[in-house]
Design a protein around this ligand. Sequence first.
Ligand SMILES: [Zn+2]
Length: 448
Amino acid sequence: MVFLTLMQLPALFSTSAAEPDYEDIGREAARILADLVRINTTNPPGNESKAVDYLARLFDREGVLYVRTAEVDGRENIIARYHGSGEKRPILLYSHTDVVPADAGWGEWTVDPFSGIVRDGILYGRGAIDAKGLVAVHAATMLLLKRENIPLDRDVIFLAAAAEETGGGPGIAWLLEEHRELIDAEYALGEGGRVQQRADSVWSVWVQAGEKAAHNLTVTALGTAKHAAIPSRYNAIDRLTDALVRLRAHTFPPRPNAVTEAFRRNLESVAPELFPRSDRYDAMQRTTISVTLIEGGIKTNVIPDYAEANLNLRLVPGEDLDSVVTVLNDVVADENVKVAKQPWAVSRAGTVSFETPFYNAIESTANVLWPHAVVTPYLSPGTSDASKLRDAGIIAYGLMPFPLTAAESDRVHGVDESIRLDALQEGIRFTYELLKRWSGTDPKTAKP
Ligand SMILES: [Zn+2]
């Protein structure tokens, strides 16, 4: 005789022939994620091949086809493919296996950041969300497609890239240059957007359809070295700090675009605190600068003749880097202080249309899973690999598909990064349902 507890009943009844057992695949994804967290892929140096070894073994066991390839030793990318009919061009599910550091300078963790430990249904560790959580969701989706043998009208490509956290050089950038055929797709879905949860329900879904560009500028101040016993107006640090105060007071004008305007229209009534001005909405529609490094002085009793600061600049789409540098030099207005761009660009800004069949499918799938949520396009103040895909003509959207509270989102790149296992399961359900609804060709499972 089998006894069921009340807790088990809903799970059993929600599992029909057409729907996989999401509890089961959720548990499997949690194991995959814990294993991935335990593989230290802190970038630098990355060592992404260790995570690729793991994913390759997983795909081998399941008969999922994949290739692994690297520009730099030890920093492989892994690309798997589930074949559809080929009637339409592929969809790329992309993520990355490297993580940002979790050690000195990042605060005190309450757990070992590479333990993948689960407490009260929450899995902790660096990368639990960004982006090993996404890797686990995409991998689980590939396993489900394969196991259920779902007929699709296009291929699904899985990519877990190297080196995203330091600009994607040997990862997506190299793949686009050298192995475009492996990841070529009509659409792509990766990190960047958020499923926003407040209390117990999802209130909005932010689909990243654009991002700002990141650059670094150097502010250099010159002075005259003297003995510190007599204060001097030729002090380079004084000149630098005066310049930084003026720069801080400067605000660039808003440059709204279709994405930021839709974001405001969609959320004005449900999140009035964001409009007309908030740090986040400001960062979405204005070019901004943040001082991130400062250096100067050589001795406690010497007035320095040199000081410099780094400005992290985030350009909105359509803003010109050189004109911004000119404006900032005008703001500083001191011939002994210069703002200059660094010779390498970090990323490019841009938006993509959100009036596409794929965006509509994201919206309608989200409406089914989270009926009370407002779905909106979103422009990310941060950068991701999406900009490189968009530059290459692939229509890329960003959406971390698992519901996150604001506090959980804040722990990305921070202390005690963690994900709820029920949210991880929701992420798989969303991604799998999205593909089935949008690209499925079986009339029993595909819905318009
Ligand atoms: Zn990331």
